[in-house]
Design a protein around this ligand. Sequence first.
Ligand SMILES: Cc1cc2nc3c(=O)[nH]c(=O)nc-3n(C[C@H](O)[C@H](O)[C@H](O)COP(=O)(O)OP(=O)(O)OC[C@H]3O[C@@H](n4cnc5c(N)ncnc54)[C@H](O)[C@@H]3O)c2cc1C
Length: 399
Amino acid sequence: MTTGFDVLVVGAGPAGCVTAEEAARRGARVCLIEQSEEIGYPIRTSGGSFISELRELGISERFFHAIRRVKFASRNRSIAFDYPEPVVCVLDVRALYQHLALMAASAGVELRLGSRVIDVVREGTRVCGVIVRTGGATHNYAAPVVVDCSGFAAVVLRKAGLRDSFRRFGFGAEYDLYAPRYPEDEALLVVGSDVIPCGYGWAFPRGGGRVRVGVGTIHPDTRAVPQRYLDRFMHECAAIAPSLIGAQPLERHVGYIPSEGVCREFVFDGVMAVGDAAGQASTLLGEGIRYSIKAGRMAGRVVGEAVVSGDPSRARLSQYQARWLAEHGRFMRLAYIINRRIARYDDAKWDRGIALLEKLSPQVFSRLLMSDFSPGVLARVVAAAPRVLASVFRSFVAN
Ligand SMILES: Cc1cc2nc3c(=O)[nH]c(=O)nc-3n(C[C@H](O)[C@H](O)[C@H](O)COP(=O)(O)OP(=O)(O)OC[C@H]3O[C@@H](n4cnc5c(N)ncnc54)[C@H](O)[C@@H]3O)c2cc1C
């Protein structure tokens, strides 16, 4: 049994690295356990994000590529929003995750790579450690608090019997291409039956001729397997195919993201969950990196202070849950309602939807993409397209 740690963080994605760093900076002895041999590998995300939010989180510009135009296309319509002052960006995911891990290490966190958590250790109902497979050997680790940052796997919560596997989830496949003809500062979102059912296709350029091109869908709303749609999207979809002539794949990624709406409980006896493991991504587009970093900051502070003060009780750790839900619960709920609704759109509805979006300014469109449903943004949506808000409001009340 390995002892001597105050906090075990499982999973070194953005949620895990940031939670571990914050807890360590508050004086906790933290071990960060990651199944992969390398931080940020394999990549399971496209890295689309928002510059103002990243700046607020202190993420340096060297980790993202700015986008100046966002195009949104349905089967028969398309619209382009221009941003002379860029709002949207595409992250260098591997570099960012390695930087976050480096920050954790510099705060005193001990990292264990190639170490897969296979079960939890319990005393009564309280989780007090994890069982880890490393290179064929099994080790037990004990600590007052275990933080589940294992993403979609939610391995700690599941093994502790605190939740089931996610039943509704986004499932995506993408290529990271060398595509020299693709416009370097233009992101593209494409919906419609010629792309994939219940989902969308994307192209996110990330500089240096590299572009992430993918398709994602939602299970079990459909059983479509994105890998089967990806090549057709790249080679046959009129919105993108011409700019990918001569493109070559350098990486292929596949990933899953929970899409069940707001998770109301993610703090238990001796366990808390952060990031995708707690269902904290916005389900609107399946965007979770900045949310994982934000949640990691909140959770790391709370757990660090709790263990150092000698009170890692559920009540104390629940401060994090209360703060997260107060700050993000409402917008996340609305994002989920919209996602459920648009997942059922047919081509005609998407064409009408794009016609409505034409009435919005680039700024309002980008706020909506960010899942910002604050009164100021909604007022501007109402002014431009009253019917959009009326229908969303009806769904909100019905839910
Ligand atoms: C196809 C796709 C495209 C996406 N595109 C975007 C996008 O453009 N922008 C955006 O913001 N978000 C996007 N997301 C969502 C984003 O990737 C996630 O919200 C984000 O990665 C969540 O971070 P996390 O740290 O919670 O989990 P993860 O990044 O999934 O990290 C979990 C870590 O836990 C490790 N782990 C898992 N199980 C174990 C175990 N048993 N033992 C030890 N370690 C374990 C994993 O190896 C991994 O390193 C996308 C997701 C998908 C699937």
